[in-house]
Design a protein around this ligand. Sequence first.
Ligand code: 6PG
Length: 233
Amino acid sequence: MTNSLATHDSATRWQSFTSQDAISLAATQRILAAATEAIAKYGSFLIVLAGGSTPKSVYALLAKEQADWANWHVYHNDDRCLPLDDAERNSKMARDTWLSKVAIPESQIHDIPAELGNVAGAKSYAETLKGLRRFDLVVLGLGEDGHTASLFPDQMIDNSADAVPVYNAPKPPADRITISAKRLNNTHEVMFLVTGAGKQEAVDKWRSGRSIPATLIKPDSGVDVYCFGVKLA
Ligand code: 6PG
């Protein structure tokens, strides 16, 4: 059961959920609906996944669903420059939790080659993204400092490229690769998943109009922020 929309403007639509199950179910249902809409329109669904721990419950639910997986194309917002099979890799989390359990063709799962290092990996992923149409859905998390993807406070990101290297990230590991804010904004829809009291300060800053990296994400259609365990005062 969800509360009413706490605030609603064309840019940011906040939804507060009363349980982890409720937010996970709502996010899963919206992702499946977005896929149906995109496949009906384009014959394909281009989704960009969030890393970190918050989306795991959603990916676990998706692993149990029936969907037109053959037309899903999966990308990642960012990844950490660690070995391919490192437990801390965002791509490994998504594969272990969901992607290895459904029939999305391997050729349509586009991991960021972060094992190559942040410069070479970003260059390679920019090639992967080259010429790709607008994303259909970008799923994002929110860091306690207001970061999203690997767009961190006080770090300039080169928006001239689709995928860029990150150095000195405050959230280990220091070296990462992220899709640029500009390319993330080239999407039909954005879903932020925000859970836990640890995100309260970042949410308060966001809702008070302060600039945090998450506010760099502002596609024409605005963003939807699914919240649980944070107060939307
Ligand atoms: C990462 C993620 C990062 C994450 C936030 C929230 O590589 O860590 O891309 O942007 O979404 O840090 O992480 P949690 O969901 O673990 O709180």
